[in-house]
Ligand binder design. Structure first.
Ligand code: AQP
Length: 333
């Protein structure tokens, strides 16, 4: 095996272009390399760190599985399962929360952003979220974790937790210290309405993101309405520093066409945004419309999606339960 891959996506609805270009596209490439062993998890325990409607959550779990498959992950090659069905994740999270330090968690920017000003009212789960994420990864001895740039800090914490556990219990290399796999360019896709904010599921305005279930007309409309600035398209890459929306849209175009940002800037230099937006919409429709259609088709066959989860749970549980038993022995249970 080349790499042992583990990554997760929260079933919190509105999976979007940021999730696709930042994470899922990478999952598909890793899944296609036969030397990799891949595990992709629908992290439903993470999802409830902020309030979820139970009925909606159940639908979102299936929709996340459908999105994985529609994007090109093959459930015969990769394990796809949901986190809450493998109890070792929660058990591991508790044990690791006794290893992780408050000072480490206090530095996590995602908690600060999500909890906002009203920290006192945030759930304890939202605060300890990165410890559960460490448990997810470490239970499978993952060597590599493909994530978007926003998860980099959590992954560093996971590495610290693994190292501290190994040191504290004198079990060298028992918990494998994983490497992040973050794309060099376009690892953070920004909102279509504000180039300084991450494209996000929870943003109220649907116009801020391209959902993976959007249809052709919706995609074209959202790109037409995407925020730009009054200047023509940038002449060179240096101009992008102060033109966040142009940078984001050119980044999306580059990622979809597998080209460099510099190359995309050169193609559209000095042109009107409307001309560029037309080409960007074409690329998006070509990529997202088939995925959107496939997601909807798959969602009509709930028993197929449930079967994939059941098979995945069985395989994941075999691996995770062995590791948690060893962890329990090591800590003295
Ligand atoms: N905007 C993004 N650009 C690049 N990568 C992104 N990812 C998320 N947003 C972007 C990556 O997608 C993977 C799955 O993300 P997640 O399920 O942890 O959740 P999320 O999309 O960040 O959404 P939340 O937390 O449910 O909602 P918001 O953000 O709206 O509060 C991860 O690898 C992530 O890096």
């Amino acid at each position: 095996m080349d790499k042992k891959i583990f990554s997760g996506v929260q079933p919190t609805g509105n999976l979007h272009l940021g999730n696709y270009l930042g994470a899922i596209k990478n999952f598909v490439d890793l899944n296609n390399n036969k030397n990799n062993e891949c595990i992709f998890c629908v992290v439903d325990l993470h999802a409830i760190t902020v309030r979820q409607d139970p009925k909606q959550l159940r639908n979102n779990i299936r929709e996340t599985v459908a999105t994985f498959i529609a994007s090109g992950i093959d459930p015969k090659k990769s394990i796809i399962f949901n986190q809450s069905s493998v109890s070792a994740h929660a058990e591991g999270a508790w044990i690791l929360s006794c290893v992780a330090r408050m000072g480490w968690l206090n530095r996590m920017t995602q908690f600060k952003e999500k909890a906002g000003k009203d920290k006192e009212k945030a759930s304890i789960g939202l605060y300890s979220y990165p410890v559960l994420m460490a448990s997810d990864i470490l239970l499978y001895d993952a060597t590599h974790v493909p994530v978007g740039d926003d998860q980099k800090q959590h992954l560093e914490l996971c590495r610290d937790i693994a190292q501290k556990f190994n040191n504290d219990f004198e079990v060298e290399n028992f918990l494998k210290v994983p490497e992040p796999l973050i794309q060099k360019e376009f690892s953070r896709i920004m909102s279509l309405k504000d180039g300084s904010k991450k494209m996000s599921k929870s943003e109220l305005s649907d116009l801020s993101r391209i959902n993976l279930t959007d249809e052709k007309d919706q995609i074209i409309n959202k790109i037409k309405k995407a925020k730009t600035d009054p200047l023509p398209m940038p002449q060179n890459i240096n101009e992008l520093e102060d033109r966040l929306e142009a940078k984001n849209l050119l980044g999306i175009y580059s990622s979809l066409t597998n080209s460099s940002l510099k190359n995309s800037v050169e193609i559209f230099a000095g042109k009107n945004f409307s001309e560029f937006k037309e080409k960007l919409s074409d690329q998006l429709v070509n990529k997202i419309d088939p995925i959107s259609k496939e997601i909807k088709k798959l969602l009509r066959d709930k028993s197929y999606l449930d079967k994939i989860l059941l098979d995945g749970v069985e395989k994941a549980d075999l691996i995770a339960s062995k590791k948690i038993e060893r962890i329990k022995e090591i800590v003295g249970f």
